[in-house]
Ligand binder design. Structure first.
Ligand SMILES: CC(=O)N[C@H]1[C@@H](OP(=O)(O)OP(=O)(O)OC[C@H]2O[C@@H](n3ccc(=O)[nH]c3=O)[C@H](O)[C@@H]2O)O[C@H](CO)[C@@H](O)[C@@H]1O
Ligand SMILES: C=C(OP(=O)(O)O)C(=O)O
Length: 430
């Protein structure tokens, strides 16, 4: 397995172009199953998760054609992917592909709505929590689907098609909202989705569905009204910039006492993050190109945070924020309310000298002036990057193992950081 070696202590100074959002791109790709025409997605990041989903869609019969905007070391970036669902001839998403990535479950709604049947492997538990899909399933049942769980597979049928209904989501779920939004777009009649997620990635999907001919009201709010149509068409859509990648680099600027220009970062998607980082002592300015981040003056201060659904502080930035707080003056309470097992970066940060005590879903971080480099193990995507940015600010050398997690969600991360002065290199597996 590849590992990353980092010599810490260099301030990150320079420009970073923010990539297209992984969590927007994945549901958008599954929307190609809703139509026999071509969906063209630009600004697609090059990531392991995108490849996994592309393989899954190709297995179902979607034809894929990739064009790149820029090339580096033979790979294409800022790519445009044309997906044509005209030849879909299989409605089964097998375990081998679904287990690699939970977002695969997003093929369920579109397949069921368009073909009247689908079989999708249950994604199973994963590192950050149990992550059930009960809300996806009960929502589809409300739309008239019959669902059975057999041999680890979700077997869904709607031989007479889906019918609009009122669905109340008791927990805000990004994935359930996306699955139900896609399914309801091709259902007969009107669906009201109450308690819907309003994350920018959900909005991006809804915007694309509207371009494809869907009728959706309330986009960006917690109540979506979808009037089903009998068919959707192709469309061209640009994936939004990755707010989680941008937020990660904002924190990296703070951790290394650097000065970063994040080209393409959208302040409107990062309001709660910017407010929190400013109260911790970062100066974040909107520029013509995106966001500029550096320390305001002096050391960072400990501040408390609680993860929440959008527009609250995102769980996908909790690990990175904890790394930042590990070197702030004073203490910080970090409360994780979305996933029950998302503190796996804690023992690894402690190997670097962080002082953290965990009680249930809350971690008390007592800051110290500097962390020390150490060999650490990446356990999930955001935990991995928290270790990378902690190592960039630490004294001495760190070795981050199991970086395949990082490759799921951060495009060319070593190149982007090295271009801003980081001493970082990847050691490929032997
Ligand atoms: C590919 C993608 O976009 N992943 C993001 C998506 O994941 P994902 O869509 O899986 O996350 P959800 O918003 O669905 O999960 C939120 C909470 O709802 C619970 N839940 C969810 C569905 C369900 O049927 N039953 C249930 O109980 C989950 O266990 C969790 O506690 O949103 C999360 C929350 O912002 C992010 O951390 C992930 O990065
Ligand atoms: C948890 C994440 O992704 P996924 O939902 O695909 O596991 C993430 O992007 O941080």
């Amino acid at each position: 397995m590849d590992k990353i070696i980092i010599e810490g202590g260099q301030p990150l100074i320079g420009d970073i172009v923010v990539s297209g959002s992984k969590n927007a791109a994945l549901p958008l790709m599954t929307a190609s199953l809703l139509t026999e025409e071509t969906l063209s997605l630009s600004n697609l990041p090059q990531l392991a998760d995108i490849t996994t989903l592309a393989n899954l869609l190709e297995g179902l019969g979607v034809t894929l054609h990739m064009n790149g905007d820029a090339q580096e070391n033979g790979a294409l970036y800022g790519r445009t992917l044309d997906l044509c669902g005209g030849g879909v001839n299989d409605t089964c998403a097998p375990y081998d592909l679904v287990r690699k990535m939970r977002a695969s479950v997003l093929v369920l709604g579109p397949l069921l709505a368009r073909f009247g049947h689908a079989e999708v492997s249950l994604p199973g538990g994963c590192a950050i929590g149990t992550r059930p899909v009960d809300l996806h399933l009960s929502g589809l049942e409300a739309l008239g689907a019959q669902i059975d769980l057999e041999e680890g597979y979700i077997k869904a049928r709607a031989p007479k098609g889906l019918k609009g209904a009122e669905i109340v989501l008791p927990i805000i779920s990004v994935g359930a909202t996306e699955n139900l939004l896609m399914a309801a777009s091709l259902a007969e009649g009107q669906t009201r989705l109450i308690g819907a997620a309003s994350e920018p990635e959900v909005v991006d999907l809804a915007d694309c569905l509207v371009k494809m001919g869907a009728k959706i009201a309330g986009i960006g709010t917690s109540e979506l009204t979808i009037t089903g149509v009998s068919r959707l068409s192709g469309a061209a859509h640009r994936v939004i910039p990755d707010r989680i990648e941008a937020g990660t680099f904002l924190m990296a600027a703070g951790l290394t006492d650097g000065d970063l220009n994040l080209r393409g970062a959208r302040a409107d998607h990062l309001k709660s993050v910017i407010t929190l980082l400013e109260s911790a002592g970062l100066k974040i300015e909107a520029t013509n190109e995106g966001l500029r981040a550096r320390r305001a003056n002096g050391p960072l201060q400990g501040v408390d945070v609680m993860t929440e659904a959008y527009p609250g502080f995102p769980t996908d930035l909790q690990a990175q924020f904890m790394a930042l707080m590990a070197t702030a003056e004073g203490a910080s309470m970090v409360s994780e309310t979305i996933f029950e097992n998302r503190f796996m970066h804690v023992p690894e940060l402690m190997r670097m000298g962080a002082n953290i005590t965990v009680h249930g879903g809350t971690a008390l971080v007592r800051g110290r002036s500097r962390l020390k480099g150490a060999p650490v193990m990446a356990t999930d995507l955001r935990a991995s990057v928290s270790l990378v940015i902690a190592a960039l600010g630490a004294e001495g050398q760190s070795e981050v193992n199991r970086v395949y997690h990082l490759d799921r969600g951060y495009e060319r991360v070593e190149q982007k950081l090295a271009a801003c002065g980081a001493r970082i290199r990847r050691v490929p597996a032997e």
